[in-house]
Design a protein around this ligand. Structure first.
Ligand SMILES: C[S@@+](CC[C@H](N)C(=O)[O-])C[C@H]1O[C@@H](n2cnc3c(N)ncnc32)[C@H](O)[C@@H]1O
Length: 255
């Protein structure tokens, strides 16, 4: 009997934001291949006897090359094992889950995609920033501020103009360049902007500023962080008190 690979999204940070299907898969796992941003409490849901393999993924440090991850998933499944490929957030949002699924499909290996709560949406939300709001923004664009791929840099000003809300993942290190591109592209320096670090975790921290003030405000920001630019950031003034109260009912707390 051949096994199966479950490509599971672990959610944005708080382990309780894992889906019920994700939890079911983890409880069946013989092998868990996990990425850097996965919380230990999620990993603990796998059986004690399950093998846990760290696949890393920092922009420039990959303990396992992507091809090695593909082979590992395929081999373990071919041996009849139940394999959980566990990724932060949603596996198909900047997680290379699509590449892994393509590889497994080409090899004829059985797999299932278990979507996760993506940090792109959940992290601003947990900080009291809705990505869309009537009369404020009808769309949002999500981009990666850093990739290892040779793709051309996204046209940030056009994305922001077209969508109304721009969400940047993996953008902390490239923030000065991204802000410069937006300003050069004619975006109003007074446009509201926010950085949310460690979203949905106990140490969540939110900085609210303007595009012009973003680089200075975020000088000590650390990954993982989500950057939001657009008028929706202003709504946090009204929404935040409730978000903070809800969080206080049950940890994690924080801004
Ligand atoms: C490689 S991408 C993976 C995104 C993931 N697949 C998702 O859907 O959330 C990693 C980036 O997601 C963002 N991120 C993930 N978890 C986060 C968190 N708890 N707080 C803030 N940003 C987070 C950061 O921008 C981080 O650099």
């Amino acid at each position: 009997v051949s096994g199966k690979v479950y490509i599971v999204g672990a959610g944005p940070g708080d382990p309780r934001l894992l889906t019920i299907r994700g939890l079911e898969c983890l409880r069946l796992a013989d092998v868990v291949v996990y990425d850097r941003l996965v919380d230990g409490a999620v990993l603990d849901q796998a059986p004690r006897a399950a093998r846990r393999i760290f696949a890393g993924k920092e922009p420039e440090h990959h303990p396992l090359a992507q091809e090695a991850i593909h082979e590992l998933l395929a081999e373990e499944a071919a041996r009849g094992r139940t394999v959980v490929r566990l990724k932060g957030g949603d596996p198909f949002v900047f997680g290379r889950g699509g590449e892994e699924a393509e590889f497994l499909a080409a090899r004829g290996i059985d797999f299932e995609i278990v979507p996760g709560v993506s940090s792109a949406i959940a992290v601003p939300g947990a900080a009291g920033i809705p990505l869309t709001h009537r009369r404020v923004s009808r769309a949002f664009a999500v981009v990666a501020g850093h990739t290892c791929s040779p793709d051309p840099e996204p046209d940030y000003p056009s994305l922001l103009r077209g969508a109304g809300t721009l969400v940047v993942l993996m953008g902390v290190r490239s923030l000065p360049r991204i802000v410069a591109r937006l300003l050069e592209g004619g975006i109003d320096p007074a446009t509201p902007a926010a950085v949310v670090e460690n979203g949905t975790r106990p140490d969540q921290r939110t900085l609210v500023t303007t595009l012009a003030g973003l680089v200075a405000a975020a000088h000590d920001a650390r990954a993982p962080a989500v950057i939001v630019v657009g008028e929706v950031v202003r709504l946090r003034e009204r929404i935040r008190p409730l978000a903070a109260e809800l969080a206080a009912i049950d940890a994690p707390s924080g801004g």
